[in-house]
Design a protein around this ligand. Structure first.
Ligand code: FMN
Ligand code: MN
Length: 472
């Protein structure tokens, strides 16, 4: 059964003990970011809950973070599916989209603020990297716009910088972002681009908004839900937004206007670049009674962003390699240390010597802007266990033979190892990076491993209490 809205999903999280309320009043200018950093550093991911900050100093609205990516288990719950079926669910939704249905009214219209009543700074926007970010930011919005030529709708997650009570900065990290193409097409005709920012909605739309998918994200969200998303018309444009959204900011991206934006603490763990960027003029705010303000926690990994990227992108690679190419791949994982972007590990059954290379090239061909490092290991290695991965790299690799460097490949967006002047404001598709492929599979017959036989270890397990370790 689909979640009707964010609130129904929060009940599901609460029932499974995956939602923690912070009752202490917290300061949005430093404390939310610092608490979330510690939550991700100190609580192991299998125990990490989503966090609801019930009381934000100076704001009546509670703030929710980590609700979609506190851990893989939380991500799976957001998709309402077991962890091992995440891939299946995504591929089904993309091939079986369900268009939204337009309804006359929804709770998102319970409060409608226009003109002088519009003040975005009333929302509990946070400072995420204190002393470095130039302003509070919205991270985690679903920004809706339409292609002016085809009419196709798009939803993407693009950060918003607080500038004035009715003006936000909006940032596209590269030129192939779908909304960027909408803005460009409108600007050619001297027109502004209407848009609507959805804050807090059914998790299927938020996850589709951050996933790299083609087509109408509302339809794919419907495919994930198995039932159409109900949408209502905006007050000030002909765009549609989810009827059960918590908060919606309506507005336009004016033609030809560029203003300074950034730098912002990025998913790489470093501050990003700054430069001229687009703005959004907010014309209307609609919201439910007692709205919840939802954010994605990002910056230095591990974070909600690295979990979402690691989990959501892994499955796309896995599907491509196993279904389309029929490679004997056991697992594919974008390590969270690389922000779910820079470092890919693949385990496979090495049926023939060139297979590890085929898998590397499959990864780069499928998504060239990711996977600066690709490490291929045998199928007995768990690629989600850093220790096992580094063990295989330590002893299965002869550097001169097994490490390959390829030049002039596509860069990973915002990679700080590429000098700033070569990165520019947008991470252009023509940005170049080198890539490393490491074949860490066993290329000849290896000696037997130096651990006791499995049968001896099982016997110890069966008698574990007799060894007196329980008090440790
Ligand atoms: C937490 C988080 C924040 C993001 N912030 C931005 C951003 O500020 N600008 C951007 O261009 N992409 C950002 N992204 C990536 C896009 O949301 C993602 O690539 C999405 O697929 C873009 O939608 P589109 O393909 O419809 O343009 C972010 C992703 C996450 C998970
Ligand atoms: Mn899109």
């Amino acid at each position: 059964m689909a979640y009707r809205d964010l609130r129904e999903y929060l009940s599901a999280l609460e029932m499974r003990g995956k939602l923690h309320h912070v009752e202490k009043e917290v300061d949005p200018n430093w404390e939310v970011a610092a608490v979330m950093r510690r939550v991700f550093q100190r609580i192991p991911s299998d125990q990490r809950p989503a966090i609801m900050f019930d009381r934000i100093a100076g704001h009546p609205i509670p703030l929710l973070a980590g609700a979609l990516g506190a851990s893989r288990a939380v991500y799976a719950l957001a998709l309402d599916t077991p962890v091992d079926q995440i891939a299946e669910k995504w591929s089904y939704a993309q091939t079986h989209p369900i268009p939204p249905v337009l309804v006359k009214w929804g709770p998102v219209k319970e409060n409608i603020l226009k003109g002088d009543q519009v003040d975005v700074s009333q929302l509990p926007l946070c400072v995420w990297t204190r002393g470095e970010d130039p302003a509070p930011y919205v991270i985690g919005p679903c920004v809706v716009s339409k292609d002016p030529e085809t009419g196709e709708r798009n939803t993407g997650t693009y950060r918003l910088m607080l500038k004035e009570k009715r003006r936000l900065g909006i940032y596209f990290s590269n030129t192939w972002r779908h909304m960027y193409t909408h803005v460009m097409k409108n600007e050619k005709q001297g027109k502004a681009t209407p848009c609507a920012v959805v804050l807090g909605c059914d998790p299927s739309l938020s996850l589709t908004s951050v996933a790299r998918v083609q087509g109408d994200e509302f339809g794919i969200a419907g495919g994930l839900r198995g039932t159409p998303l109900e949408v209502v018309k905006c007050e000030t444009s002909d765009l549609e937004v989810p009827a059960y959204a918590e908060i919606v900011l309506e507005g336009t991206v004016p033609c030809g206007v560029r203003e300074p934006e950034g730098p912002f603490g990025e998913y790489t763990g470093y501050m990003g670049t700054e430069g001229p960027s687009f703005v959004m003029d907010v014309t209307c705010i609609t919201h439910r009674h007692h709205p919840i303000y939802q954010v994605f926690f990002s910056q230095m990994p591990p974070s909600e962003s690295s979990c979402i990227h690691g989990t959501g992108r892994d499955v796309a690679f896995y599907k491509h390699m196993t279904r389309d190419l029929k490679l004997p791949v056991r697992d594919v994982h974008l390590l969270e240390a690389g922000g779910g972007a820079a470092f890919l590990a693949i385990s496979l059954r090495r049926d023939y010597p060139s297979l590890p290379h085929r898998a590397m090239w499959a990864a780069w061909a499928y998504e060239p802007s990711l996977s600066k490092f690709v490490v291929v290991v045998d199928e007995d290695i768990d690629v989600r266990d850093y220790f096992q991965l580094l063990w295989a790299m330590s002893w299965h690799v002869q550097p001169a033979e097994d490490i390959y460097i390829y030049r002039n490949a596509t860069a990973t967006a915002l990679d700080p190892s590429i000098a700033k002047e070569h990165r520019g404001q947008f991470e252009h598709p023509d940005g170049l990076s080198s890539k490393v492929g490491i074949d860490a599979t066993r290329k000849h017959k290896f000696p037997t491993r130096s651990i006791p036989p499995e049968e001896d270890l099982n016997k110890v397990d069966a008698h574990w209490s007799e060894y007196g370790f329980e008090s440790l």
